[in-house]
Design a protein around this ligand. Structure first.
Ligand code: ATR
Length: 268
């Protein structure tokens, strides 16, 4: 019998996760299917219980439900510490966060060492939370810079338990960029528009720029990074790695990353 998986979010129509996971199931000859389900906040609990009742193997949980879901699904330590989960495994009835390890894998698979590095995280929202946690656990020093400085200060204060982290505003961004080895954009700047917070003249070829935005894949920020000779890592790299980690939690099988990546890129 076919085993169902899926992603729940609001909105969900343009999710690349079905293409990515179904490509992996097909390549591995697994009798599984992954769908995308539009779930409003008021139905979140019912939707999770419903998927469990229908015999789903697992779910991905995306915006805006990642925080709410851990109120009623038991989360592992990392997801609890981050305060958000993006993966539910119905075999164990537990929630996990694969965004944090997915971000670290994106850097390390691209040949970038994280331990001991200075990382500038742009933004202090949900994505920044998971990324900052992953970076601190991997031994990086993190500066969170956010348009609303207080949110960066609050997130840094919360994350201080896990490593060396500072929170600031976006003022003197040029200097903050110049003293960083790695710059990670977790803001929505560049999503569907040709805008960037960091330009080529602020960067050098010794740096790595990692943009979580993947629509478009080649954001203005990544173009600026390449112009400066910096290493550029795109948002699909991250999407695929968090997805591959979810896949492994559900099935115990390490999926073919290249197949998932082609599935996601072809669906864009
Ligand atoms: P996500 O869950 O994807 O992280 P979010 O929680 O809505 O999304 O966070 C969006 C982030 O993008 C925030 O850090 C936001 O900054 P503020 O906290 O000041 O709102 C940032 N952001 C959005 N638009 C921005 C802009 N035009 N300039 C700078 N930062 C921006």
């Amino acid at each position: 019998m076919i085993t169902m998986y899926g992603v729940i979010g609001d909105p969900i129509a343009h999710s690349l996760s079905p293409a990515m996971h179904n490509a992996a199931f097909k390549a591995l000859g697994m009798d599984c299917y992954y769908g995308a389900f539009h779930v409003k906040g008021r139905y979140l609990h019912e939707a999770v219980n419903g998927a469990r009742a229908l015999g789903f193997g697992g779910l991905n949980v995306t915006v805006p439900h990642k925080e709410a879901v851990i109120r009623f699904v038991e989360a592992d330590a990392a997801a609890r510490e981050i305060g958000a989960a993006n993966t539910i495994d119905f075999r164990t009835n537990k929630a996990y966060n694969t965004d944090a390890p997915g971000a670290i894998a994106s850097l390390e698979d691209s040949g970038v060492k994280v331990k001991g590095r200075s990382v500038l995280v742009l933004g202090a929202g949900g994505a920044a939370r998971a990324v900052t946690y992953g970076l601190l656990k991997a031994g990086a020093t993190v500066t969170i810079a956010n348009r609303t400085a207080q949110k960066a200060a609050d997130l840094a204060a919360y994350m201080r338990e896990y490593g060396e982290v500072f929170g600031t505003g976006m003022d003197n961004l040029r200097e903050k960029v110049s003293i960083s080895d790695i710059i990670v954009n977790t803001t929505t700047v560049g999503m569907g528009q040709d805008e960037t917070l960091v330009t080529a003249d602020m960067l050098s070829d010794r740096q790595t720029v990692f943009d979580l935005v993947y629509r478009p894949v080649e954001t203005r920020l990544l173009k600026e990074a390449r112009l400066a000779g910096a290493r550029a890592i795109d948002g699909i790299t991250m999407l695929v790695r968090q997805g591959a980690l979810s896949f492994e939690i559900w099935t115990g099988v390490k999926p073919p990353i290249d197949v998932m990546e082609r599935g996601a890129r072809d669906a864009l």
